[in-house]
Design a protein around this ligand. Sequence first.
Ligand SMILES: *[C@@H]1O[C@H](CO)[C@@H](O)[C@H](O)[C@H]1NC(C)=O
Ligand SMILES: *[C@@H]1O[C@H](CO)[C@@H](O)[C@H](O)[C@H]1NC(C)=O
Ligand SMILES: *[C@@H]1O[C@H](CO)[C@@H](O)[C@H](O)[C@H]1NC(C)=O
Length: 812
Amino acid sequence: MANFPFVLITNIFFSLFHTTFSKVDSINLFQSISDGETLVSNEGIFKLGFFSPGTSKKRYLGIWYKNIPVQTVVWVANRCDPINDSSGLFRINSTGSLVLLYQNKSVVWSTSSFKKAQKPIAQLLDSGNLVLRDEEDTNLGTYLWQSFDYPSNIILPGMKIGWDMRTGLKRRVSAWKNTNDPCPGDLTFGVEFDPQLQTFPEPSLRKGSAKFHRIGPWNGLRLGGQLELRPNALYSFDYVYNNDEMYYTYNVKNKSLISIVVVNQLTSMCQRVTWIDADQTWRAQASLPRDYCDNYGICGANGICDITTSTSCQCLKGFKPKIHEKWNSMDWSEGCVRNNATSCQEKDKDKFVKLSGLKLPDTTYSWMNTSLNLKECEAKCLSNCSCMAYANTDIRGKGSGCVIWFGDLIDIRQIAGAGQDLYVRVIASELAKGDRDLMAVIIASVVAVVSGMFSAGYYIGRRTLKENNRRITPENGAREVDLELLLFDLSTIATATDNFSMNYKLGEGGFGPVYKGKLEDGEEIAVKRLSMTSRQGIDEFKNEAALIAKLQHRNLVKLLGCCIQGEEKLLVYEYMPNKSLDSFIFDQVRGELLDWPKRFQIICGITRGLLYLHHDSRLRIIHRDLKASNILLDTEMNPKISDFGMARVFGGDQLEGSTNRVMGTYGYMAPEYAYNGHFSIKSDVFSFGIMVLEIVSGKRISVFRPQRNSLTLTGYAWKLMKASREIELLDACLRDSYDSFQVLRCIHVGLLCVQQRPADRPSISSVVVMLGSESELPHPKKPSYFMETDLPQECSESPTSNHITMSVVGGR
Ligand SMILES: *[C@@H]1O[C@H](CO)[C@@H](O)[C@H](O)[C@H]1NC(C)=O
Ligand SMILES: *[C@@H]1O[C@H](CO)[C@@H](O)[C@H](O)[C@H]1NC(C)=O
Ligand SMILES: *[C@@H]1O[C@H](CO)[C@@H](O)[C@H](O)[C@H]1NC(C)=O
C-alpha cells in the first residue's frame, strides 16, 4: 500500500493485465473500443478503456494515467452502472452520441443528444478530457460533449469547477463510494452560488446535502484563506465570473509535474496530491479540512473560530453567547446573539467594526457587486436593516468590489497571515465600549514599560506581551535574547519556589529539575531549572524558549516567561495541578479517576495539539519526545503537550530531517529515528500511536510484558486485533464505562500509527478525521516491535542517547 492518505487512490487503481490493443487518440463512426482495447491520447499521457476497481470484478469504462504504475482512474463513464461481463463496447451511434453498450445492444451509458455532427469523432486529449467533436469543424476547442463537464472524483488541471449559466450545467466533483465502487459517495465538492440573488460564489465540500467545509470565496489572489493557493512556481489558479460562466480552475506550470485534486470519501477530505516518481507514490501537498476550525459552522451563528486560542470559539464583537451554560461547556452550536436587542433602531446609530485576518462568512445570504467601492458598500449595508456585514470582493491593491451579508454570520475563522477584512455592524454604543477596553490596555502597557519592573508588574507585563506583542529584552547586563518573552527576575522566582526548595520540587525533566512556585499575586507556576553543568542543555533551553513562545494552543502547555541571569536559566510555565498523564494511566488507583470518556477526550486533545504543531501553526514543528510523561493535565484534565527541549522547527515544505544525535525515549522512538536518526512528522505519529495504546491499555510500552520474553505492547495489540479480540487490550479498570466503537477505533488508529514504514503511518490530520468519523479504516501492517531488554525503568523515562541498545524484531 502506498502513502496512507492515498489509500483511496491506490485502490482506485488496480491491475489491468489485459493484453491491450491500443488505438491512437480518436475513434470515428465506424470504429469502437471493446473490453481489452484502449484509446491512448496523442502524447501517450492518458488511456481510455475498461477496468475493474479494487477487488470488484465488474467492468467500467474509464480514463487513467498511462505511465503511472499505480493505476489512477481520473474519470469513469458508467459510475453506477457496471457491466458484469467483458462484452462492453464503446462507440459513437448513428445519432452522433457516445454510447456504452453491452452484449452488443443494451445501452448502459450514453451522452445526451445534441446537434448532429457531420463527421463525429471521439478523441482523448492529453489533458485527460474525452471530447466529442465534428471533424469538419475546424474551430478548435468547440466540443459537442466533453468528459470535463461531468467530473468524477478528480479535478484535473484545466477542468472548470463551477457553473455554466448559458446551459445551466453545474460541475460538481463527487468521491467514489469506496475503493471498489466508483458510484458517487456522499462527499462532493462544488461551487455554492445563486445567480438570481447575485450571491458571492464560493467553493465548498458537502456531505450529502449538508455543508461540511467551506474553502472561502475567491478574493482576487486565492480562495478564502488557503495559504496553499498563494502564487507559486508550480500551479496557477484562476477564477472566472462573467455573464456566461463562473468557475475555478488551476493549471500546472511545468508539464512534467503530475498533480491533481481528489475528493476522498474514506478520509472525508479534498486533497491535492502529486505523483512522486522517485517513490512511485502519490503524496499530499494539501488536505482540506485542515483542522478543528475548518469544520463548517463550528462556533455557531456570529461566532468566530481561532485555533490558537484556548477556547477556539469567541463571539463577534458586540455579541454574547446565546446560552451561556452551553457556551462555557464548549458547546458552541447555539452561537451568539447581539448584546442589545437589535441594531437599526435609530437612524444612523449603527457603525461598523473592522475585523482583520478572517475567512469571510458563509455567502448563502449575500449579495455582491464588483463595481462598488468600500464606501459605497458601507452605505449599501447601512441602508438595509438585515445587512450584518460587508467586505471587499477583491483584496488586490487597495481592495475593490462589494459583498454584503444578511442575517446571522456563519463559519468565520481567523487565518493567520492569509485572511481578509470584514466590517461587522454594531450599535454605536458598543463601539464606544470597545474603545474604553483598548484604552485600558494601552495605559497598562505604558505603565509596564515605564516602571520597567516586569516581575512586580507581572500581570501588566503579561498583558503588554500579549496585546502589543512588544519585545522585552533583558536588563542589567543579562545576555540579549531575541525572544518575545516575559522576563522574570531571579529573585522573584527564588521567592516563589522558596529558594528552589526540595519541598517544591515537582520532578526531574530532561535537562534539570522542575519546581512548583507561587507568585506574590497567588498565581501558581511551574519552573524548569536548567542544570548548570549541562552545556548542551543551554541550546535546548534557548530552543525551547524561542519555540514555545511562538506557540499558542489550548493543548500545548503555556510558557509564561523565562529568566536568564548569570548561570541560571529558568523557564516559567503555567502550573498544571494534575501533573502528567503517566501518573494516572499507569497507576492502579489514580487510573480509575480517568474513565473512558475522559481518556478519549485526552486522546483527541493530544491529537489537536499535535495537529497544531505539525500543520497549523506558522511553523512546522516536530516534537521528537512525545510520551505520556510529557502530557500534562490541567484541572479539567485537558491534556497539554509539554517539553519542547528537543523539538525541531521546519520550513513550510520540509517534511523530514536527520540528526547524528539521536535523543528520545526508549519505546516511543520510531525505528527510522532510533536507528538512522531520521525524524519527521511521521516519527511523532509513531510516538503518538504508542501513547494511544498506553492510554487504552493502561500499560507502559517500556515495561509491558504479559509473559516474560513475549510480545511488546504493540505486538500484543496487533495480535489481538488479528484475532478480533482487541477489546481485551482495554485497561481492566475501564471495563464498565467504555464506548466500544471508540475503543476499537483508538486501538486501530494506534496500530496504524506504529507501522514500520513512515509512509504507511497516517498523518495527524488523517488521525483527526479517523477518530471523528465512522468510515472504514485500512488494515494496519505488523508493527515494528521493540523487544524487551532489562533496562531499569528510570532509563526508559528520561531522554536517552543512542548508546542504549535496542533491537527490532519481526513478528512471529
Ligand atoms: C520541469 O520539471 C522538470 C523535472 O522536475 C525539470 O527537469 C525541468 O527543468 C522543469 N522545466 C521547467 C521549464 O521548469
Ligand atoms: C453594480 O453597481 C453599479 C454602480 O452602482 C451599477 O451600475 C450596476 O448596475 C450594479 N450591477 C448590478 C449587477 O447590480
Ligand atoms: C434588505 O435585503 C433583503 C435581502 O436581500 C431584502 O429581502 C429586503 O427587501 C431588503 N430590505 C430593504 C429595505 O431594502
